[in-house]
Design a protein around this ligand. Sequence first.
Ligand SMILES: Cc1ncc(COP(=O)(O)O)c(C=O)c1O
Length: 415
Amino acid sequence: MPIPQFPQHSRGWDDLSEQMSSFRERDVDWRNSRTGLYVFHAGDDVLEVGAKAYNMYHVENGLGLKTAFPSLNRMYGDVIANGLALFGAAEGGGDMSSGGTESIFLAVKSCRDWSVAQGRDVQGATIVAPYSAHPAFDKAAHYLGLEVVRVPVAADHRADLDAMTAAVTDRTIMLVGSAPCYPYGVIDPITELGVLAQKNDLWLHVDACVGGYFLPFLRTIYDEQGLALEPFDFRVDGVRSISADLHKYGFAPKAASTVFYRSADEHAHQHFAFKDWPCGEMTTPTASGSRPGGAIAGAWAVQNYLGQEGYTERARQVVAAQKAIVEGARQVGLQPLHDSALPILALATPKGQMGKIWSGLRKQGWYLGGVQEPEALHMMVQPNHLKVAQELVEALGSAVAGSQTEKDPGGPRYA
Ligand SMILES: Cc1ncc(COP(=O)(O)O)c(C=O)c1O
């Protein structure tokens, strides 16, 4: 195909927006909450606040937040302070980043450079992680000259403590636990991993990219019911860093995540400084140079719009939606891998059927995720799913009933 020419003439906004809307024709139907991944919908009001705030600061640049934009610096500081408070930090520090992958990269880099400062040889050093950990750890290790040792999970799909212990060698610098992990939606035994980390002087990172801005509000609901939510954050000794995504259950516009450290010393290893060029010293805290002011403003506005009350209310909607979907799914023969109120739902499908059921749902306008081991349909349940839970159950019923004649596309690809 010939390479198209660069646009020659200016075009008006009406013309552009019409064409851009037409580009969306084959996109997934997230506005009607028919997606189980990629987007997070906590109501049109929340989307509007995020979009307005993003737009208000879409030109400002986070690179200059300490120099040119006290406005961004104020909001950035608030978002970090809010996270530290939420995760029970006594001191420490943190930063905003572009997403979970960058937050994890930054935590791994900090751990590596902190280990060097302790006099360790880190060439080819290992990160011991459960098989269920997000690939972002492998990406970080690939960039940073480290190696991830993935350890099979226990029968309950949580990190297997004995297997993790056995995988630790004198080359290990980091342990990973997720709260919860993406594939199964279960929280790893963070307290026990904290003990293992302390015993071996290892850095424990908790990947709370999904749960970071959900679990603290689920805890409020549990407290009302006299239930206990296991600790997953800095309240657990041995946890040195946490990644938590604002653009997931923080309901902020993308690209927005946070990474936190127990101490300022550990945090300091994240930063990169350079001065041997014509413009003098340049210190950047994250992997990016320029950073979207809109993402900082959007996260600040949504956090303040919702507050503890709003997030707790949205968590209640997630719990109710999850319950309704699970009850309906059971009636059409699909069992959840785990009984819990956590937002990630994995519905076990009969052997060889996941791709077919997934495809049947896709044809009815639904876009869910999938797990291969064991086979399961997968979704991150969101507040707006409460309105469509019954419709999803009906679609599941038809997809299960029609799966014998459905072609198997091999399940969904994530990217
Ligand atoms: C547990 C977990 N960690 C990390 C990530 C990576 O986040 P992002 O896609 O924002 O880079 C995800 C994404 O779904 C996740 O579920």
